[in-house]
Design a protein around this ligand. Sequence first.
Ligand SMILES: [Mn+2]
Length: 374
Amino acid sequence: MTVKKVSFGMLAAILMICGTFMFTSCSPDDEAEEERGKRAEFLNMLKSLDWGMDTTFVYGHKTPDVDAVCSSLAYAKLMRTLGYNCKAKLSGDINRETAYIADVFGFALPELKSSVAPKTRLILTDHTDYAQCVDGAKEAIVLQKIDHHLEGDILDSGIPYVRREMIGATCTIIYEMYRELGVSIDDETARILLAGLLSDTRNLTKAATRLEDSVAWEALVTQLHLEDKVAEISHQMSEASNNYFGMSDSEIFLSDYKGYDMGGKAIGIGSLDCQASEMEDFINRMLAVMPQVMRDKKLDMLFAKIDNKVPNPDESNPDDLFLDDGTYIIYCGDGARAIAETIYGSSLREGVIYSKEKIGRKQIVAKLTELLQN
Ligand SMILES: [Mn+2]
């Protein structure tokens, strides 16, 4: 004993402090109790859903990227573990990055099912706009939505369960749900979740990355013993996503594309990148295919952002051969010029604006929504 004498006053104070801890939410027991309560609430919610008799399909968005595919796979698996007949499906062909990481991590991709019959039960991951949904979604029954985008035209209020967190990846949200529910994450599921997380946050480097993403990253990388490999895997994913080799110009334009309905207007937004030295030619090729994309997708306006890549003067790091140097915005369709210029300033020439800022698609969506819905 280092403290030989404890006065009655001190003892009383210690007892009072202990008592305070015991009766506030700070105590571990209370936290566990609260977690149990939330878990029971979620499980009861699941029980109360109108699942119908057939399989419930879990879909990510159209023009699926890694987070869309992996969140649907991991969430379908979570639902199956909890006793519900759910299966992940793809609403369109996967991109090169998804093909790459599914091969390296060795997981099976969902089957393609590009439309659903009326009254089909759906769970949506990684999207919140009908324009990005599997065909037929408007007549389907959406039971749940798990997402990390601003609420779109699939309103949260119409869906029994919505979980939206503005963090780096939908796969991070699903990682949290496994943890909260006490469902163990097997290695295959860990790889699937990590793939989506690496892709959407570019290995925790994107501006949208949050603490939650880092926590999930740490746990998944540790579980899979990938500490020494994760940077290289992420680098190869990024290479696969930026590799337009052998693709037609319209395939390139649509390689990372999302559609929206904003104030009754059908809007498309592509996300591209190109080295500065080839930008002029690239922009011309993209502008040339945009009218056809507009006709095919029945759009009112079409935009794309093109990250401008310049060689990194510091050549010591082979993982960072290029740096971002602003963003080109290209546009097409009636009224698109006025809107693009309102947001990003005057055009360099018809169809093209340059901004010194690095612009993400989520920012463009927020600005366009603001302008078009008022
Ligand atoms: Mn995502």
